[in-house]
Design a protein around this ligand. Sequence first.
Ligand SMILES: *Cc1c(COP(=O)(O)O)cnc(C)c1O
Length: 443
Amino acid sequence: MYSKNNLDAFIKAAPILKDIMKTNQVSWLNPELTSVKNAPKFSIDLEDMKKAAHLWTRFAPFFVKAFPETKDNHGILESPLREIPKMKSLLNADNGDIEGRLFLKCDNELPICGSIKARGGFFEIMTYAEKLVLESGLLKKEDNYRIFTSPKFQEFFRKYKIGVASTGNLGLSIGMISAKLGFEVTVYMSADAKQWKKDLLREKGAIVMEFDGDFSEAISVGRELTRKDPNAYFVDDEDSHDLFLGYTVGALRIAEQLKSENIKVDADHPLFVYSPCGVGGSPGGTAFGLKQIYGDHVHCFFVEPTHCPAVLTGLVTGEMSHISVHDIGLDNITEADGLAVGRPSHFATKISKHLVSGIFTIEDDQLFKLLAQLKDSENIFLEPSATAGLIGPQRIQKTEYATTHHLNLKNATHIAWATGGLLVPEHQRKKFYERGSKHLLKV
Ligand SMILES: *Cc1c(COP(=O)(O)O)cnc(C)c1O
């Protein structure tokens, strides 16, 4: 725990912490933002990203066979990048002055689990599964990976267990792919996880363990129970190299999409990417990937709920993953269950420290309002967490960021990363929308 003395020192060093502690919405610009060429060397690089993309390609025949909904895209899981001009107009009419073009990266449409967790979660399980069968001699990398659906492979994987702790979406992604491959998979879920997510996981063959506490407790217990078993593997959202690497592949794909739309990214054409942030793995991974491709011409911002700014608290205090939002008196309660995280990822935060341009915090009411606005303007439904990035373009206008970095916002491309929503059941969608539209009337 952090003593009062400690906190006073933190506040003195970074006065913004006072606002963070009051759950005020803040826009923080990172004083440690470093040019890509001067950033410390990390344990992964562009070559690793390309290798990671190859692993996805090897598994494509497995996906086609195991998940027929991936057939149209030949077993490659990817989501569209859509321009959302009507949403831009609506935001501008409401309270903004957004210049440049506004796009949505629609990971809410990613097949199978309908969230960005497919990128990191599937990748980590595929990496583990491939390693097991390569080592056992059952597989060669040249083989057709459709063989992963064979009874022989299913039987082989039944000897191994997977554990993961989750507020929802990571559990869904790990649960779904692991069960399909034949693993025995246990998902340790925090109290705030939605009932329909638990039901769906059980239906897909995963074991769901429920906890009264928050995500940090679920992860400690899950980690401990899983690691006791030599044939079990724990997907550790607070410190995972493979999850992170899986997310970076999203950057390679977005670069292809921007190219095919003839969108330039250079000194005169800045790219802004706004990502909803929980532990910081998915936004950190995609930011890292984009920086490898576009260098300093891409500007990556994270968005966290005012009640659980885990990465912001870690970076502002310099305590990184050693501090949780509870330590500064916050309750870590939000409707944005994908972001209901008190402590940042150890692995990801080290990297984001130098590469994230800034972090914005957002109130839950605003998330729901954006949800309703996006539905009204573009007929796109997102889950509340996934809307957070849409606040980015307006916020950036209100900071000195563009001036300091000599950026011409008229030529900007803004991408809000829509991180999930596909699997949300209809009755829940309606409730979310109603909460958001009520808020619209008041404004
Ligand atoms: C998990 C999640 C995020 C954030 O990803 P982290 O790796 O936890 O930062 C954002 N949006 C949704 C919908 C998520 O499920």
